[in-house]
Design a protein around this ligand. Structure first.
Ligand SMILES: Nc1ncnc2c1ncn2[C@@H]1O[C@H](COP(=O)(O)OP(=O)(O)O)[C@@H](O)[C@H]1O
Ligand SMILES: [Mg+2]
Length: 362
């Protein structure tokens, strides 16, 4: 199926900008936001939809986060030449001020469309998008910019000199798919052969893993960088973590954002290796596998969705790197939507009103 986007409003009906608090000055209506590949990211889509009309695009009608938008839309597959024209039509029809990808899959396509003046995509240059989608290219790019990346080799290279254990990782992996720890060169060779896609071999980090959730403006200036621990992750989604005031991480986040001139959100994953110090293992130039830092830890009025809506409206936002409230921990859980035979949300919930607030302390 290709051609124009298919659209549907959520069962809750159109939900535009949040009602204006009493006494607040009237503001010009903010531009809409278009999010692609929304998948299960109900929290992100909901935050945008509370601020401004939000179009949730996902090819899968069962993607739950489609239903959190003001409008849900399908688009042709990313590789289809009709993909970008379909997004352009949505942008024109709904006065979209920013397009943001929520998966790795279309960042480069959106970056090229931005460079051609076709879409207001909040993504880095196509060169950076391409390099950060390929983890070996990312390693070369980071190293060329004197940013710390663990020793990394390709399978045809001499693997003897590496510190073991190593990780065998797909170059274009995501969601922690097909990543294997190898204790020695024989095991590394086994996994290189076993994983049916191009791989690379990277020194396994010894020490805690952390992530830095960053936001860059339209000129690639870093606006903020909020680090968090990764207590538990599954399939690339962070399940538990604590926001930490770690100056080295804030500084590294800002340096990466500005060296790569990242427009929009990015999550930088690092390890604090016992011997090598901070090392960058993954750069995702989109909202990463957790959203609570940019939503809770940012100061009031400076959550990333609020800043993105302001950037989309053409406002200039002052950098405020390191300004956030650390110390809070988030722990995430599952909920679900019930859809009828036409895949329209029934509005029923297992508990009336949806997820109830916590009832007890500890
Ligand atoms: N060099 C490494 N040392 C130790 N663990 C690693 C290393 N690289 C990746 N991992 C683990 O695998 C997970 C996924 O790897 P990552 O490079 O972030 O790829 P992706 O998230 O794109 O699948 C990481 O969150 C981390 O827990
Ligand atoms: Mg990752």
């Amino acid at each position: 199926m290709s051609g124009g986007p298919r659209e549907g409003r959520g069962a809750a009906g159109p939900r535009g900008a949040a009602p204006r608090p009493e006494g607040a000055p009237a503001r010009q209506a903010s531009p809409a936001i278009l999010l692609t590949g929304v998948g299960k990211r109900y929290d992100i889509v909901s935050c945008f939809a509370r601020l401004t009309p939000t179009i949730a695009v996902d090819p899968n009608p069962l993607a739950p986060a489609r239903y959190a938008g003001t409008l849900a839309a399908s688009a042709p597959p990313i590789a289809d030449p009709e993909y970008v024209p379909a997004l352009i039509r949505l942008c024109e029809r709904h006065r979209v001020g920013a397009v943001l990808p929520l998966t790795d899959l279309d960042i480069e396509v959106l970056a090229i469309a931005r460079e051609q003046g076709l879409l207001p995509a909040l993504v880095p240059s196509s060169k950076v998008a391409r390099a950060t989608f390929d983890k070996y290219e990312a390693h070369l790019l980071l190293s060329s910019l004197s940013l710390p990346s663990p020793p990394t080799l390709l399978p045809h290279q001499d693997l003897q000199g590496l510190r073991y254990p190593v990780m065998v990782k797909p170059r274009r992996g995501s969601g922690a798919r097909s990543i294997h720890l190898a204790a020695n060169e024989d095991q590394a060779r086994f996994f290189i052969d076993y994983v049916k896609e191009p791989t690379m071999v990277q020194t396994a980090m010894l020490g805690p893993e952390l992530s830095i959730d960053c936001l860059g403006d339209l000129d690639g200036r870093c606006l903020n960088a909020i680090p968090r621990t990764m207590i538990e992750s599954r399939g690339g989604e962070s399940i538990k973590g604590t926001v930490v005031a770690d100056e080295d991480l804030v500084d590294l986040g800002r340096r990466v954002m500005e060296a790569l001139a990242v427009r929009g959100p990015a999550t930088i994953q690092v390890f604090r290796d016992d011997q090598l110090g901070l090392q960058i293992t993954d750069v995702n130039t989109r909202f990463g596998g957790a959203f609570p830092g940019p939503a809770y830890a940012a100061k009031a009025g400076f959550t990333y969705p609020e800043l993105i809506v302001r950037l989309a409206a053409g406002e200039r936002v002052q950098p405020h790197v390191g300004e956030f409230v650390p110390g809070t921990t988030f722990t995430r859980y599952f909920w679900q939507l019930e859809l009828d035979q036409q895949l329209t949300p029934t509005g029923r919930d297992i508990v009336p009103g949806g997820p109830p607030p916590p009832r007890c302390n500890n």
